[in-house]
Design a protein around this ligand. Structure first.
Ligand code: PGA
Length: 251
């Protein structure tokens, strides 16, 4: 089964519109014509429109960092799927550990958000991962099983292959600690088996990314692992050269 590699930049709360524009103008000549890797940039909401316009016609896709499950309503500060598709955003990060920790994003809400994104035509990147404490207690698989099963429960089997999953061990995010190749392969193979339990063909087709302190110098080793189909990159995605080097490592 060949799965197209998928490399996504998660900028978090970094870059003004002007800074985002400068980044994309520097990135496009390096990767804008690459056809064998799906390349995604997730800027803050305010820069979405500008980047969608600048990246149009290139191989770089623009995704949002979060989305509410309702289309509209009394949810101050939130953004919905129709608001994202109106400006041609192509996908959305869902369940990032920072949203789960600081904004109380729950597995229950994700159970609505993942199918809602798909219905709207947005590719969801579902983020899952264990804390350091959970890993030490031997609860990694239990946590992953819970997160993956809850979030994918309402996704119809025929649409499961369109979901992208990012395995991000929380202890590796922004810490400079990366999972070892063995830890990443083991956890990601486990996540794939969970999707296979739901639908065999979907498990083989679904792209699963590694995230957590991935950098140009450790990318090649992690991206070569049999079940790792790409990366969700935070810190190392903020510079065009370092992000482009990670895209190259995925080819
Ligand atoms: P990091 O972040 O690469 O800075 O560890 C990854 C993420 O949170 O998606």
């Amino acid at each position: 089964m060949s799965r197209t590699p998928f490399i996504a930049a998660n900028w978090k709360m970094n870059k003004t519109i002007a800074e985002a524009e400068a980044f994309i103008q520097a990135l496009l000549p390096k990767v804008g014509a690459i056809g064998d890797v799906d390349i995604v940039v997730c800027p803050p909401y305010l820069a979405l429109q500008a980047l969608v316009d600048s990246a149009r016609g290139s191989s770089v896709q623009i995704y949002a960092q979060s989305m509410h499950e309702a289309d509209s309503g009394a949810f101050t500060g939130e953004v919905s799927a129709p608001m994202l598709t109106e400006i041609d955003v192509q996908g959305v990060l869902l369940g990032h550990s920072e949203r789960r920790a600081y904004d109380n994003e729950t597995d229950r809400a994700l159970q609505q958000k993942v199918p809602r994104a798909l219905e709207a035509g947005l590719t969801p990147i579902l983020c899952v991962g264990e804390t350091e404490e959970e890993r030490e207690r031997g609860d990694t698989e239990r946590k992953l099983r819970h997160q993956v099963q809850e979030a994918l429960e309402k996704v119809p089997a025929e649409r499961l292959p369109e979901v992208v999953i990012a395995y991000e061990p929380i202890w590796a995010i922004g810490t400079g600690l990366t999972a070892t190749a063995e830890q990443a392969q083991e956890a990601i193979a486990f996540v794939r088996a969970l999707v296979e339990d739901q639908d065999k063909a979907a498990g083989e087709a679904v792209r699963i990314l590694y995230g957590g302190s991935l950098k140009p110098d450790n990318a090649a080793e992690l991206l070569a692992l049999p079940d790792v189909d790409g990366a969700l990159v935070g810190g190392a995605s903020l510079e065009p050269d370092s992000f482009a080097a990670i895209v190259e490592a995925a080819r």
